[in-house]
Design a protein. Structure first.
Lengths: 617, 71
């Protein structure tokens, strides 16, 4: 408990004791009535002194309608009417409610901190004078650090000595071991389960993955959801409105009936009901709990607004390569033209692709094995969406798709086989084609199935040709796909999907964060996956899946939908109970006790409802 | 520039009040206060930032005397 909470608990205990004493004194006929009233007043002041002070300073600063003011007027009014027992209990329960609220919030803060227990406390820095244990913040980029077995890697870097198995559970939510050895890049937050690792840091602590993730989760509550902003705005009108109604309720019927006491009493219950605390607290708590729970499962959601739009996803647009498929290509067939050997075909292709960074080029080079690269490769141009054109030892080599062949005026035989087709030509002569295929990710079919069965339509985008797109789409049960897209076409494709959408659902784009940052930004919801260590993707996306598991898309939608349900439940419940109590109160059917329930009871119940979201499944 | 600042605020209603008060401080482009994480983010001209931040603290204290900022 904090100091403030302890102080509040003390005043609650003192108030309770004094109130019991006063009730006892009241029963004793030998004690004069003024004595018991005095004790009641002491009990009242024990619980309510700070409320009265705050209400007073609120009036002075012009911020009149806050909960302190409401409580002060309601209880002072009750005392003046002679209902000192009610005044003390309203104040007492108000304080109990406040204490509960404060405890609930610090508990969920602690829970989230525990869930996000990835912050390394120390780093073992290698120096000339031996190994020093230092604060990770003090380690400069390019330093060498030591990570022993069972320790967390504190800073992103590259392994320079040792090999081992890393546990990424704290980051991804799943303990899939990753083996690393010399030369591999490692990210902070992973636990070293192998032998001792020497790591050269490539980043500072504040730029490392762990700091980025913690920042993101901590700051997510600053990106407020529409429903939260709505409630804050609502409270601004609601509280003064109820106060004015209370005033009218006290004056108008009294003038008619002359029964001032009854109507003032009813008006005071109005004031107690009008406190908006339940709503103001339970809604951010729900978002906070959901975002915290999601991050535990390796799903980072950037803010309340994003929870809202994820819960409303109607269409998911998925990139094919790297998202639905492994993105690791391999040559699956060579189809040389007449009079050309397989060897000539693959060697020419490999030469043409020497300097290309495209995964397809890498697959061709890997298949060709070690080849001698002539030193006179003069012109190598990557034509996005087409292929490459290379000039080498006076020969013009082409490797690319149909479009490249057509553009270069090469007569070629169309290869209709599934997979990505690379056509190869040298000096205007067609040499044949190579089929490269990619495997579908194991988690993809189940994820697509789950999305479709929850009424979400899936659309696949790819830069590959129609045939290879169809193969993957068929395997996954996706009926809608757009093929032959150049990287810049993907933004246009997503824009047209957003324009064509039916109904209210939002459009999400799922990509691996490489080359598709503009699409991630353009979609209603940008989801980057497998984004461990990719800063650009974390920056551009609204939600980040820490590993490659497509099932996390459904999980993110589930978590967000559950969050929005709780938010709606809380809004409906709190407003419903308050409206009911206001009506019953104005006709004299609900007294101060109902008002206390409408205020404190509703707050406690909705906080408990929100706290459900924090629980781990 | 946008800066995240650690704060101390007592209740959800207070956070909303403080946010509202700071929003009307001249020079503030946007401000968001989170009661849950006890943090706020303030967006303002970087040259005038320290002064604006100070004005924000004053505005916040006026409506919520217990409000604290760590900077």
């Amino acid at each position: 408990m904090t100091k403030k909470e302890k102080k509040r608990l003390n005043s609650i205990i003192i108030c309770t004791v004094l109130m019991l004493a006063a009730l006892l004194l009241e029963k004793m006929s030998s004690v004069p009535q003024w004595a018991s009233i005095c004790v009641f007043l002491f009990a009242y002041l024990a619980a309510g002194a700070d409320v009265l002070l705050k209400a007073f300073s609120g009036i002075r600063s012009g911020e009149i309608f806050d909960e302190n003011f409401l409580m002060a007027v309601a209880t002072v009014g009750a005392i003046l009417l002679g209902d000192h027992r009610e005044a003390v209990s309203v104040m007492l329960f108000y304080q109990i409610g406040e204490l509960f609220q404060s405890l609930a919030v610090s508990r969920s803060r602690k829970n989230i901190a525990a869930l996000m227990d990835i912050r390394p406390d120390t780093a073992n820095l290698e120096t000339e004078g031996g190994i020093l244990t230092v604060d990770p913040e003090e380690v400069a980029e390019g330093s060498v650090i030591i990570v022993r077995t069972g320790e967390k890697i504190p800073i992103d870097g590259t392994v320079i000595e040792g090999s081992g198995v890393l546990n990424t559970a704290a980051l991804t939510g799943e303990s899939k071991p990753r083996s690393v050895s010399e030369g591999d890049a490692v990210i902070s937050g992973c636990v070293n389960n192998g032998s001792l690792l020497r790591i050269r840091t490539t980043k500072t602590f504040s730029d490392s993955t762990v700091s980025k993730i913690l920042d993101l989760v901590e700051n997510s509550s600053l990106k407020k959801a529409r429903s939260e902003a709505f409630i804050t705005r609502f409270a601004r009108y609601y509280t003064p409105a109820v106060c004015i109604s209370a005033l009218l309720l006290a004056v108008i019927p009294s003038l008619v009936t002359g029964d001032w006491r009854t109507w003032i009493h009813r008006a005071l219950t109005f004031l107690v009901i009008s406190c908006p605390c339940a709503l103001l607290l339970s809604i951010p708590l729900a978002f906070f709990g959901s975002i915290g729970g999601a991050s535990r499962s390796g799903i980072l959601i950037k803010g309340g607004t994003d929870v809202e739009s994820i819960s409303a996803i109607g269409t998911v647009v998925l990139d094919k390569t790297g998202t639905l498929t492994e993105g690791s290509f391999s040559v699956s067939g060579l189809y040389p033209a007449d009079g050309v050997s397989e060897e000539e075909l693959i060697l020419t292709a490999a030469l043409a692709e020497t300097y290309s960074t495209h995964p397809i080029a890498a697959a061709i080079r890997e298949y060709a094995g070690d080849i001698e690269v002539p030193s006179d490769i003069r012109e190598a141009s990557d034509i996005a969406g087409h292929g490459v054109k290379t000039v080498c030892s006076g020969n013009t080599l082409l490797a690319g798709n149909r479009k490249l062949m057509t553009a270069e005026g090469i007569a070629f035989t169309e290869n209709e086989l599934p997979g990505t087709v690379v056509y190869v030509a040298a000096n205007g002569k067609y040499l044949g084609s190579i089929i490269i295929s990619d495997t579908v990710k194991p988690s993809a079919p189940a994820a697509i199935n789950a999305l479709s069965s929850s009424g979400i339509s899936c659309i696949m985008l790819t830069g590959d040709n129609r045939e290879s797109a169809a193969i993957v789409a068929d395997a996954l049960g996706i009926t809608d796909y757009r093929a032959d897209l150049l990287p810049e076409d993907k933004v246009t494709a997503v824009e047209s999907i957003i324009a064509e959408r039916t109904g209210k659902g939002t459009v999400a784009f799922v990509g691996d964060g490489i080359n598709d940052a503009p699409v991630l930004m353009r979609a209603d919801v940008g989801i980057a996956m497998g984004a461990l260590g990719s800063d650009a993707a974390i920056e551009a996306a609204d939600a980040v899946l820490m590993d490659d598991d497509l099932g996390k898309i459904c999980k993110a939608i589930d978590i967000s939908r559950r969050c929005m349900r709780v938010v709606k439940e809380n809004i409906a419940f709190a407003l419903g109970v308050k409206a009911l109590c206001l009506i019953l109160g104005s006709i004299g059917r609900a007294g101060m006790w109902a008002a206390i329930f409408a205020d404190v009871g509703v707050m406690i119940l909705s906080v408990i409802n929100s706290a459900r979201l924090l629980k781990k499944e | 520039m946008t800066k995240k600042i650690r704060i101390e605020v007592d209740c959800a209603a207070c956070a909303a009040k403080v946010e509202e008060a700071m929003r009307s401080v001249p020079g503030v482009d946007s401000v968001s206060v989170s009661f849950m994480t006890q943090k706020m983010s303030l967006e303002a001209d970087s040259n005038l930032f320290p002064g604006i931040l100070n004005d924000c603290l004053k505005a916040a204290r006026k409506v919520e005397p217990d409000f604290e900022m760590e900077f």
